[in-house]
Design a protein around this ligand. Structure first.
Ligand code: TZP
Ligand code: MG
Length: 219
């Protein structure tokens, strides 16, 4: 459980918090997504409807981590260094509005670190600050993030690759199965998804289909 292959974990990276699913449903949705073959999970507890107390967040994080590890899926925390340390997560993902990646890197020790990058310079800085991967987006319009920036499309990833960004890249924002070919062709290592999995009739079947489609494209 302690050594993860970052490139592999990029393929189908599922993100969710109780604001996306309701607190009751979240563990079973994460369990279903794990059965379907997600390659990473991030607990992103944020915005209207999210849990408010540290105690509730830690409790939920530990429940979700257990489910992930049962399926050999790495468990990440969004933004919250203290929660990541308290729950002994495998990794932390931070945005540009959070504390600088170089400082966070020194606080979390050997934990994996993901950083959101919208521009080429943000991607370059993430690399020099010691990020293990970057999340690039929003690719397409999304309703899962209140303060989402303007969609940039897969072209942004192609540009970053052309400009010498070699870090693993997960594409994020409004992504569905239909987008996978253009995202893979642009040079991404995988996709991060909230709604297409969490709101699917069957999160398990959707996760499985996403992974299958991604792997078929690679071949
Ligand atoms: N960061 C950029 S877009 C986004 C985040 C967290 C939301 C992605 O959710 P969805 O439902 O897959 O568009
Ligand atoms: Mg953030």
């Amino acid at each position: 459980m302690d050594t993860w292959n970052v490139n592999e974990m990029m393929k189908v990276y599922f993100i969710a918090g109780t604001q996306d699913t309701g607190a009751e449903a979240l563990p079973s949705i994460v369990e279903a997504a794990c059965r379907g073959g997600i390659t990473c999970f991030q607990f992103r507890e944020k915005g209207a409807g999210s849990l408010q107390t540290d105690k509730e967040k830690v409790e939920m994080a530990l429940i979700l981590k257990r489910i992930c590890h049962h399926h050999n899926v790495p468990f990440f925390i969004n933004d919250d260094v203290e929660l990541a340390l308290a729950s002994e997560a495998d990794g932390l993902h931070i945005g540009q509005e959070d504390e600088a990646a170089s400082i966070v890197r020194s606080k979390i020790g050997p934990m994996l670190l993901g950083v959101s990058a919208y521009t080429l310079s943000e991607a370059g800085r993430a690399a020099s600050d010691g990020a293990d991967y970057i999340g690039v987006g929003p690719m397409f319009q999304t309703s899962s993030k209140a303060d989402a920036k303007e969609a940039v499309g897969p072209e942004r990833i192609r540009m970053m690759r052309q400009e010498g960004i070699h870090l693993p890249i997960t594409a994020i924002g409004g992504i569905t199965k239909a987008h996978l070919p253009s995202i893979q062709q642009a040079g991404a290592d995988g996709v991060s998804i909230i709604s297409a999995i969490s709101r699917a009739d069957s999160p398990e079947a959707e996760a499985r289909a996403l992974l299958h489609t991604w792997d078929q494209l690679t071949m």
